[in-house]
Write a new protein. Structure first.
Length: 251
């Protein structure tokens, strides 16, 4: 078997740089989402009342709420620049890896969209539906970054297709991940709409009625419903994985 010669486009150093940048982007995106949560709980969503600048400046006056919101935006700028470099490197050095090129290009579009929606969130004074969409797309960026990293870790498209199997394990884990994400998004929307504490009883909204009597009550209970489902699906996924591990151990 003749080995493939190392060229400028498939150099191990370039691949290592791409891997490092993708891992860095994943960490930064997780930090970005965490900072977004801190912006919400600290009431700093309007710490910078304008966009894309903050009080008309790149570096604004640093009071408490402004510093938190500015830090969130700065992390987003770093993420956007990193994903831009990843996309350029993928196009310049990995064009034969069509999956990687498509994923990185899509991710660049995603991060630009998320930034624009973040601006719309500020300009609409924290519209809940836009904030939820903002969070959802940020989570999508992590997902696409993860797939991009996988395409670099596998040796060939054939090995990638061999390792991706649609079986009971992947389906159950996928459903568990999906229900958890929906639970997080619905919970965030409930808090942003002011429905976080509208239901005083458990497991139903009130002790007098099974069904909620207001739109905020329904928002809260829909979130609870997804949380119940995610617990059940997560438990089933854990059972399947533990059972398979146990069977492999004793066989």
């Amino acid at each position: 078997m003749v080995s493939k010669p190392i060229t400028k486009t498939n150099s191990p150093n370039l691949v290592s740089i791409l891997k490092f940048l993708i891992i860095f982007a994943i960490i930064d995106c997780i930090l970005q989402i965490s900072l977004g949560g801190f912006v919400r709980v600290s009431g700093s969503g309007l710490g910078c009342p304008d966009w894309p600048l903050c009080f008309g400046k790149i570096i604004p006056p640093m009071n408490y709420h402004t510093l938190i919101e500015w830090g969130h935006r700065t992390s987003g700028v770093i993420l956007g620049l990193t994903i831009s470099v990843i996309t350029l490197l993928a196009w310049a050095t990995q064009r034969s890896n069509v999956t990687l090129v498509v994923l990185t290009t899509f991710n660049l579009i995603l991060v630009i969209t998320v930034g624009g929606i973040g601006g719309a969130v500020v300009l609409t004074e924290l519209e809940p539906s836009l904030r939820t969409l903002h969070l959802f797309l940020a989570q999508m960026i992590i997902l696409v970054l993860g797939f991009s990293l996988i395409t670099l870790l596998v040796k060939s498209p054939e090995s990638l297709s061999r390792n991706i199997k649609l079986d009971k394990y992947s389906i159950t884990m996928g459903l568990a991940a999906l229900t958890i994400i929906i639970t997080l998004l619905s919970g965030s929307y409930a808090v942003w709409k002011g429905a976080g504490t509208v239901c005083s009883a458990w497991p139903f909204c009130t002790s007098e009625s099974i069904f909620p009597k207001s739109s905020l009550g329904w928002i809260h209970m829909i979130h609870r419903g997804f949380s119940y489902i995610s617990v059940v699906v997560g438990a089933v996924a854990c059972y399947i994985v533990i059972k398979a591990k146990f069977n492999n151990t004793i066989s």
